[in-house]
Design a protein around this ligand. Structure first.
Ligand code: AMP
Length: 395
């Protein structure tokens, strides 16, 4: 696996695909700089070698080059995070951009305008990729968030750099850490899957059953399993058409000798609100008019005990509606249990949009071994798929 550490960037132009698809508020100010921070080590290595960085990324889903999706909006934040003034190009291809690239002094950084201002990016257009490739001597892919996309800047472009393409430090560490679960995980291996919907997690559950010893199911998706087994779930979240599938998963888990742990009790509320009346109920006996919004104390204890004996832990999806303080406890407790297990030598990986948000909200980042930056890309890797962006570098 070639990384930027295999190259000397002195007097070279590194064309780096980063994932600067960061959230902006109404005033178009960046509200979370994690993705920029995550790309910093790669950029710094190139600068320290005495090279230039040409940074390319997408931002949001522009249709007609709307200003809200311009990467100019994030320019000052990128400069602040990197501690160096970054230059900006009004486009990502063409003669004017080329001129700006050629005018860069050693150690300077140029951020290109949104790749998705050109429809060709998402289409994986060959000629567009070729034009992008003219901007650099060495192609570096450090965008894990889009590594599963067959786009011009993430996959197609790599062919123009036969001997001069490599992984950035972030993408390389994502691969290494996810493989710690997939290939090198010490047993017992536990997957904790939560969040709202079974439908979005089915493929990952099915594909990791071969690798794990314990499967903890929490969050809104647990109710589809409970109802399928005949429990009364009141007004809790349910995907009625996924009940058969839920039973099939339980059967498959049994065949593969995976122990499945579903919640036994829940925090129920009489409305979907932090101001609702709340009680604790058995998960199979939720009265009509009430909905389960978090795992209950007995469940948290049982889940904690499973986590405690685990040596490898994957966590994707919150245990409850953690955005509301009255329903955050299950998520906090599982996070703390994972933190404890990690302190005692377990390897823990957290990934997927909302679990990462929870980790940030409850300051759990330092307590787990690795927080993955890519939602869809991480899930696809865990599903055993090869990612086009990774293949294009290895090719
Ligand atoms: P996902 O994107 O599928 O991981 O789902 C994350 C979302 O699931 C979060 O916004 C949580 O608020 C929500 N969630 C977790 N538990 C429940 C629940 N018991 N009822 C409704 N929503 C839930």
């Amino acid at each position: 696996m070639k990384t930027i550490n295999d190259f000397d960037f002195k007097d070279k132009k590194a064309l780096i695909r980063v994932d600067f698809n960061v959230p902006l508020n109404e005033d178009l100010v960046v509200t979370d700089t994690s993705r920029i921070e995550a790309a910093a080590p790669t950029i710094i290595k190139v600068m320290e070698d005495g090279g230039n960085c040409i940074l390319m990324s997408h931002l949001g889903r522009p249709k007609n080059k709307e200003n809200e999706f311009s990467l100019r909006n994030i320019l000052s934040t990128v400069s602040d995070v990197l501690g160096i003034e970054v230059k900006f190009a009004n486009d990502c291809i063409g003669e004017a951009v080329m001129k700006e690239v050629n005018q860069l002094d050693a150690g300077e950084i140029l951020l290109l305008e949104n790749l998705r201002y050109h429809k060709e990016e998402k289409k994986g257009d060959f000629d567009f990729a070729k034009q992008l490739s003219l901007l650099g001597d060495i192609y570096v892919n450090d965008a894990f968030g889009t590594a599963h996309r067959d786009h011009a800047s993430t996959a197609v472009i790599a062919q123009f750099f036969p001997q001069k393409k490599c992984f950035g430090l972030l993408l390389a560490s994502e691969i290494v850490n996810i493989n710690k679960i997939l290939q090198d995980g010490e047993t017992p291996i536990t997957a904790i899957i939560g969040g709202a919907k079974v439908s979005s997690k089915i493929t990952i559950i099915e594909s990791i059953l071969d690798k794990i010893d314990h499967l903890i199911i929490g969050g809104g998706m647990a109710f589809t399993f409970i109802k399928a087994q005949g429990g009364a779930i009141g007004n809790s979240l349910i995907e009625n058409d996924k009940q058969t599938l839920a039973l099939e998963i339980l059967k498959l888990a049994k065949q593969k000798e995976v122990q499945v742990h579903l919640p036994v009790d829940v925090v129920i509320a009489d409305e979907f609100s932090n101001d609702a009346d709340i009680k604790i109920a058995d998960i199979t006996e939720i009265p009509d008019g009430w909905m389960g919004l978090d795992t209950g104390p007995r469940t948290n204890q049982i889940f904690g005990e499973v986590v405690n004996v685990s040596k490898t832990i994957l966590w994707n999806g919150p245990m409850g509606v953690f955005e509301m303080s009255n329903f955050a406890n299950g998520t906090i407790e599982i996070g703390n249990a994972i933190g404890e297990a990690t302190k005692n030598g377990a390897f823990s990986l957290v990934g997927g949009g909302d679990s990462v948000a929870a980790v940030k909200k409850f300051d759990l980042g330092d307590k787990v071994s690795y927080v993955s930056t890519g939602g869809g890309a991480m899930l696809e890797m865990l599903e055993g798929k090869s990612l086009v962006g990774i293949e294009a570098i290895l090719d």
